[in-house]
Design a protein around this ligand. Sequence first.
Ligand code: NAG
Ligand code: NAG
Ligand code: NAG
Ligand code: NAG
Ligand code: NAG
Ligand code: NAG
Ligand code: NAG
Ligand code: NAG
Ligand code: NAG
Ligand code: NAG
Ligand code: NAG
Ligand code: NAG
Length: 417
Amino acid sequence: MKLSHALAALIIAWFAVFGRIQAVTLEVNQGNSTCIKAELTASFSITYNTSNSTRTVQVPLPDSATVDAGSSSCGLDGNTPWLVAVFGPGHALGLSFSTNGSLYSVANLTLQYNLSDTSVFPEANSSDVVTVVSSSVGIWAPINTTYRCLSSATFGVGGVTVTFSNMRLEAYMPGNDLSPAESVCMADQASTTAPPTTTTSATTTVTPAPTPPGTPERGVYSVNNTNGTACLLAQMGLQLNVSYFSQSQNKTIQELVNVTPNLTSSSGSCEASSATLILTEGRATTLTFTFTLNSTSNKYHLSALTLLANWSDMTAPLSASNTSLNYLRSTKGRSYMCNTEQTLAVVPSFSLNTFKLQVQPFEVTTNQFATAEECQMDQDQMLIPIIVGAALAGLVLIVLIAYLIGRKRSHAGYQTI
Ligand SMILES: *[C@@H]1O[C@H](CO)[C@@H](O)[C@H](O)[C@H]1NC(C)=O
Ligand SMILES: *[C@@H]1O[C@H](CO)[C@@H](O)[C@H](O)[C@H]1NC(C)=O
Ligand SMILES: *[C@@H]1O[C@H](CO)[C@@H](O)[C@H](O)[C@H]1NC(C)=O
Ligand SMILES: *[C@@H]1O[C@H](CO)[C@@H](O)[C@H](O)[C@H]1NC(C)=O
Ligand SMILES: *[C@@H]1O[C@H](CO)[C@@H](O)[C@H](O)[C@H]1NC(C)=O
Ligand SMILES: *[C@@H]1O[C@H](CO)[C@@H](O)[C@H](O)[C@H]1NC(C)=O
Ligand SMILES: *[C@@H]1O[C@H](CO)[C@@H](O)[C@H](O)[C@H]1NC(C)=O
Ligand SMILES: *[C@@H]1O[C@H](CO)[C@@H](O)[C@H](O)[C@H]1NC(C)=O
Ligand SMILES: *[C@@H]1O[C@H](CO)[C@@H](O)[C@H](O)[C@H]1NC(C)=O
Ligand SMILES: *[C@@H]1O[C@H](CO)[C@@H](O)[C@H](O)[C@H]1NC(C)=O
Ligand SMILES: *[C@@H]1O[C@H](CO)[C@@H](O)[C@H](O)[C@H]1NC(C)=O
Ligand SMILES: *[C@@H]1O[C@H](CO)[C@@H](O)[C@H](O)[C@H]1NC(C)=O
């Protein structure tokens, strides 16, 4: 019993370290032909309840995952094509596809996880098998091409964050192997347009003391509805404060890294009571903001932040997530503004510094921010000149009174003489 627990812990630790890097290959076949093939690395950030709190675990898709032939389908008999990969006791990842003849896309993404699996979900207060579905994944490519996205892409699915990377995927395949023609995702295109010399120069120049990057540039980001209108607006300068084990320096270092707006693309989703903003910088950094609206109080707040970083100097990709945050609180129908620098602590190894921030995750109309609710720090900053002014005025008054009293006294003095 104890040995099996130790073994399970060892296996999980092994997957936690190597599972992310290991790509899994999955194939759906009918007869002798392959109709769906996927090579990918996936990990899931799942939050669940224990008896007195909530916990978040990172679950990688292990390379022991296999295609469940029973529920997977090529879609020849009128069903939708569906790839279902099963792993562990009752966990599954499903991708269903649709096409309009010229393009194909992931129609929905399903994740099923079994909370009775105590090796993955220790102390869960439920033994349910939970299924979450997302229908807005944004993975699509022309027919007869392979969808390629080596960058990591993060999707909010229910309360779960799903991250794919090193992905090559094709459905409605014309042959038995991935088509050589590739359809490259936006994130990969952004990273290839960056000059490739930056990595070599970074490795050749040994920088012993990291220079502080200065105030980050302010970026303008938005998330669009399916009908193309903006549903989330954000303007902010962002700076990541990250601790990680540096390969070149052979020790854990703390680094401040600015987010560069013109290398960063935004995506996300808007739902009635939650909105997600995903910022992807090149192929190495993904930052996910989740806002939650409380419909009884009509207040919203930043409830979750996730950072995925796979920088060249890291020994292993970093994944930092906290889904029980309570930052940037404001009211539905208003935007939240904070010009003062703010530090949002996420986990011990990661915090986010924001500069000149304005966001509105709900009820955006006509592509513009609604009236802003300003953070306390801005209000305090505005108070400072008032307080200083009042203090100065008081000082002037005191001097004046002292002078008048002094004059009166000295007059009196002269008169007695
Ligand atoms: C599959 O391939 C085998 C040998 O290559 C062949 O005998 C069989 O008829 C094929 N089956 C189908 C359904 O095409
Ligand atoms: C955790 O518990 C809270 C209330 O106790 C509930 O609202 C929430 O849905 C639960 N979360 C999950 C993932 O079950
Ligand atoms: C509640 O959680 C704390 C640690 O987070 C633990 O020490 C304590 O025993 C828990 N209480 C119960 C009743 O489970
Ligand atoms: C997702 O796709 C599968 C396969 O087509 C389907 O069975 C399931 O009902 C879909 N779920 C949603 C919520 O659309
Ligand atoms: C969930 O996990 C438990 C314990 O590992 C197992 O007994 C049960 O069969 C699993 N449920 C499903 C649907 O696979
Ligand atoms: C398929 O959808 C794309 C994008 O929505 C569109 O450009 C294309 O014309 C459609 N093709 C057909 C055959 O309907
Ligand atoms: C895809 O390739 C198959 C076989 O090579 C061909 O029959 C089909 O017309 C192609 N479809 C498109 C949309 O190019
Ligand atoms: C949203 O739509 C606007 C205009 O329609 C476009 O400029 C912008 O790039 C879109 N944003 C995203 C993230 O797709
Ligand atoms: C776009 O969709 C949203 C909800 O999805 C809706 O509220 C809005 O009116 C739509 N805008 C247009 C121009 O159709
Ligand atoms: C890294 O540091 C440890 C001890 O701090 C040392 O044992 C190890 O040899 C070092 N590795 C390299 C590659 O320098
Ligand atoms: C990004 O902006 C900076 C300064 O505004 C500029 O120097 C740089 O060339 C831009 N990079 C790209 C890829 O547009
Ligand atoms: C929503 O706000 C109400 C009133 O402030 C509070 O009682 C309730 O617990 C909140 N709900 C959630 C899910 O936070």
